[in-house]
Design a protein around this ligand. Structure first.
Ligand SMILES: [Zn+2]
Length: 262
């Protein structure tokens, strides 16, 4: 059992980095170079997830990372919340630096340290390492997970895996953050507004996102729903992992009234 959807975000983020380092090959999971997906650059920007009911919505600061992740899940034949959670539960060890051998915790990045902590939470104190899982071949039948464009017609699908992409209406700022992309899609989806929605990710919300998330949470409450973010226990583990909160500058702030009404 996964501890939280933060693990899914960390897994997808780590997988994106490994795929980029391999020039698009998904060898981190297949163990061979036969299958590739599209990717660009070497970095992976933040990955965030909104989950409620059977829906898993995934967004990245960089939409290109969402394309890479969507193609990966399509090739692995993963198209439901349960399949995604089971996959991460079984294969998360393959995105850690250790997947080719024994664990060397000192060499892990903060994101790996956080994922490792969650993956081994029951026995972390005793130093038990995570089993290194075997390889996984692409599925005989690929999936076709949808993308939802923020600027397109709403609402977004409220079941299955959905990649939320595009720009949101908001103030000045040169870059847009994944959690605010998810909020824009939620605001366009009335059914989601009465659900218990959890936003999970690799990093904590920056101050710009937190301000917007707090305002949106009040709208959820008045619609009979609930919006949760920044899990406090995970927050402690993030600090322990030295996954420092970056002070973000130039982040566009979502126009809450535009998406959620005045
Ligand atoms: Zn942010």
């Amino acid at each position: 059992m996964l501890y939280s959807m933060d693990q899914v975000a960390l897994y997808l983020n780590r997988a994106t980095l490994l795929i980029k380092a391999a020039g698009g090959k998904i060898s981190y999971i297949t163990g061979n170079d036969a299958t590739s997906v599209s990717c660009s650059g070497q970095r992976a920007e933040e990955t965030q997830i909104a989950s409620f009911g059977d829906a898993v919505w995934i967004a990245n600061n960089d939409d290109a990372d969402s394309s890479t992740q969507r193609e990966l899940l399509d090739k692995l034949g993963i198209s439901s919340s349960k399949e995604l959670i089971d996959h991460v539960d079984n294969y998360q060890g393959r995105v850690l630096s250790s997947h080719k051998g024994a664990f060397t915790p000192g060499a892990m990045t903060p994101e790996e340290t956080l994922l490792y902590k969650m993956a081994t939470r029951s026995d972390a104190e005793s130093g038990t390492s995570l089993a290194v899982p075997g390889t996984l071949a692409p599925a005989a039948k690929a999936a076709a997970n949808p993308s939802f464009k923020i600027s397109g017609a709403g609402p977004a699908p409220t079941a299955g895996i959905v990649f939320v992409v595009g720009s949101y209406v908001g103030g000045e700022g040169t870059s847009e953050h994944a959690e605010q992309k998810l909020l824009a899609a939620l605001g366009k989806t009335p059914r989601a507004m009465s659900a218990a929605v959890t936003i999970s990710g690799c990093k904590m919300a920056c101050s710009t996102c937190k301000e917007v998330l707090d305002k949106a949470a009040a709208r959820f409450k008045s619609s009979g729903g609930q919006l949760r973010f920044n899990n406090s226990i995970v927050g402690i583990w993030r600090d322990e992992a030295k996954l420092s909160k970056k002070h973000a500058k130039g982040i566009r702030s979502l126009d809450v009234a535009h998406y959620f009404g005045a």
